[in-house]
Design a protein around this ligand. Sequence first.
Ligand SMILES: NC(=O)c1ccc[n+]([C@@H]2O[C@H](COP(=O)([O-])OP(=O)(O)OC[C@H]3O[C@@H](n4cnc5c(N)ncnc54)[C@H](O)[C@@H]3O)[C@@H](O)[C@H]2O)c1
Length: 315
Amino acid sequence: MNILVAGGAGFIGSHLIDRMLENGDTVLCVDKLIMGDKNIEHIKGHKNFIFHMIELTDQAKVDQIFRDNNIDIVYHMAANSDIQKGGKDPAIDFNDTFLTTRTLLEGMRKANVKNLFFASTSAVYGELPDVKLTELTGGLMPVSYYGGTKLASEALISSYVSMCDMSAVVFRFPNVIGPRLTHGVVFDFINKLRKNPSELEILGNGMQCKQYIYVKDLIDVIMKLTKELKQEEVIYNIGVNSPGTTVTRIAEITVEELGLDKVKFIYTGGDRGWKGDVPRFTYDISKVLKTGWSPQYTSDEAVRQTVRDAIALGV
Ligand SMILES: NC(=O)c1ccc[n+]([C@@H]2O[C@H](COP(=O)([O-])OP(=O)(O)OC[C@H]3O[C@@H](n4cnc5c(N)ncnc54)[C@H](O)[C@@H]3O)[C@@H](O)[C@H]2O)c1
């Protein structure tokens, strides 16, 4: 099996590649290394690992990759993952989140590659606080450029699946955390508390509540469900089997795990951290649970384990 992982030098992609190499697969990783190559440093030189540094919106280069390699399946993990940064400049999400999808699909079409895994997000749903979100929920209205370009990517994938007889598995996942995290609330709190252990600025009112999934659980279910690709597009909500974790609870867990005492929490106020943030949502994950996969970590446990990982890794 020849595997292409686009965006494989990122946080989740690098964990995925680690698992594939452990399984004995050969992996070709393509990435422009927005955050450097530290996540793949340990596998450079591995006999089954090949890396090409490319801009994924460069169609000629993407086509060349498909021509030179007999790819069986593409894992599309590339995107702008810094939602706040994208919020200041929509071109970032348009380029890195949407156009990467377009060029990969075009490359696959021309090279007759049939199988795709796509990393989508709960952000495609937008803000529907009173609705239990299932994969069949309609009327989606994303509230960030990131969510909008992910939903546009999903729509494009659907059309290629139909027009080119492809198979696609689309995962809409919430916040993913674990070792090698490079952004997000847990990462921010650890860094802020390292700089100032006596007070912590918390964006919003702290009551924003989301599900956090531990990266190992996510990789388990990606590996499980991309082994059984059928000729269609299948969408799964991915999440945890427990309530979400509030931002204040994340702050408390981080403080506890760092062994700090009497930290003053300073809230910036408002019901959300930034424009485009979705402060809470109710996710239905019964479809994926029916496949037999079940996450091992609750949302709170995932947060705690991530802080422990960061301490162990000296982050
Ligand atoms: N981390 C999360 O909480 C989360 C939640 C939901 C969905 N996702 C999705 O999962 C995927 C992986 O997320 P992550 O947290 O590992 O992100 P990440 O930022 O760590 O990794 C993304 C990688 O894509 C690469 N990339 C981006 N644009 C590129 C381009 N134009 N050309 C070449 N390479 C490019 C970056 O260099 C980076 O290495 C993304 O698609 C993201 O939207 C992540």
